[in-house]
Each structure stands twice: as C-alpha cells, then as structure tokens.
Ligand binder design. Structure first.
Ligand code: URA
Length: 234
C-alpha cells in the first residue's frame, strides 16, 4: 500500500487527523525476527533464553484442548526486542493456516494503523493470549488462557517491552482480570508485569463498529506520545 493510499484508507476509516508526516514508518531500531521455526518439542519452553527456542519448544504443545483443532501453534511475530507488544485474543482461521498472528482482515487493519504513529509491523511484536485457534473462533476459555499464560509471561520477559497494547476485551480480561465493558477502560494506562499497558478496541471490533475508530485513534495517539516521551529520555 502506498503512503497516499494508506492515508486515504485511514481517513476513510474515520481517522480524520492522521499526521501525514508520520505515515512513513521509521526503520526498525533493532533486528527483525522471523516466526518461530518448526519444532522438535524436546526443550522446556520456560527455560528458553530466546524466542526462537521457545517457539520451537512449544510447537508440539498439548497442554490444553485447543491442540486438538489447531493446524499449528501461532507463537508470535515481530521484533524480538520490540518496545511495543500488541496482544490479541487468539488465532483465527487465517492465523491458524499461516502460523502468524493478525494476518486476516483485522491484521490488515492493524498493519494500516501502525504507520500513522510512526511504526510498522516489523518494529513491534504481535502475540495472542492463547497460541492455538479456539474452534469456530469462540473466545478462549479461562483454563485454556491459564494453560498458555506462563508462556506468554516468559515471552514478555524475553521481549522486555515498554508498552503492551491490549487489543480488545478478551486480552484485557486475561491480562488485567477485568470483565467490564471495554468502553469503560480503553485508553486508560494501567500496568501488567511491571509494564505500561494500554487497552484499546480490537481491530475486528473496529471493522464491525466504524464509529469506534475515533476513540481508537485517540488511544493510538496516547501510545505515540508514550513512545516519544521515552525517546526523549533516551
Ligand atoms: N484476532 C486476534 O485476536 N488474534 C489474531 O491473531 C487474529 C485475530
């Protein structure tokens, strides 16, 4: 997508005051990763000292019932030393097939939103609360999220991001322990694992509810401010 197409696309979505000067993504400050390679499953995922080893060790995971319907474990993707982690709920059909989070329609919207705050997909890390597709795209069950949580926490420790963006109510439910409507806490900074967390709407919700795009843009501007603030300190 060209820069002009991207700007038009975002404006069509309701992001009226998109800053044209930031629509050109910065180069990734740190090396980009690739998806975790196919696995042997022999290692202990929690003992892994890098994401690739952890991805390998989890690839044959059978710790919850989601293993029965998945094509593959969708470990996560992006910069292994990202300042920002985007956290979704769980892989959908496209993600299950391709082995990468947020590659369907919601992912395309996320990809289009990132350059508006000076980021591109390869700068950030993208993961989900559960790493295997829930059947029929249902919400992950608490025991499934609990089974995956130690690995998500270890993944976060290894990435060591400044900010985690919770995409949608399911990610917020399992990270922050809230079942309140997301409209009541989105855009409000909180903490998880000692990191700044910004809950916002899930891109799939934005596709269904275009009116929420204005609030989502306001949340993304908060993220941009937080990152600028940190750059100022560095
Ligand atoms: N929705 C999510 O929450 N995660 C994905 O990876 C894709 C869609």
């Amino acid at each position: 997508m060209s820069r002009r197409d991207l700007l038009n696309y975002l404006r069509d979505l309701g992001w009226r005051d998109v800053d044209a000067t930031v629509a050109t993504p910065r180069a990734a400050a740190r090396p980009e990763s690739t998806r975790a390679p196919a696995a042997t499953g022999a290692e202990d995922p929690l003992a892994a000292t890098d994401l690739k080893a952890m991805g390998r060790a989890l690839a044959a995971c059978k710790r919850c019932r989601l293993c029965q319907g998945r094509t593959q474990v969708v470990f996560g993707v992006g910069n292994p030393a990202a300042r920002v982690v985007f956290m979704g709920e769980g892989p959908g059909a496209d993600e299950d097939r391709l082995g990468e989070p947020f590659v369907g329609k919601a992912g395309k919207l996320l990809n289009a939103m990132l350059p508006s705050i000076g980021l591109k997909r390869a700068d950030v890390y993208i993961a989900n609360v559960v790493k295997c597709r829930p059947p029929g795209n249902r919400d992950p069950e608490p025991d499934e999220a609990a089974a995956c949580m130690p690995f998500l926490k270890r993944q976060i420790e290894l990435i060591d991001p400044l900010v985690i963006v919770c995409l949608g109510r399911i990610a917020a439910r399992y990270l922050l322990g809230t079942t309140a409507p997301i409209s009541s806490y989105r855009g409000r900074w909180t903490k998880w694992m000692g990191r700044d967390v910004l809950p916002t709407y899930h891109p799939a919700y934005l596709l269904r509810n275009p009116a929420a795009k204005r609030e989502s843009w306001s949340d993304f501007k908060k993220l941009r401010e937080r990152l600028k603030q940190e750059e100022g300190r560095g």
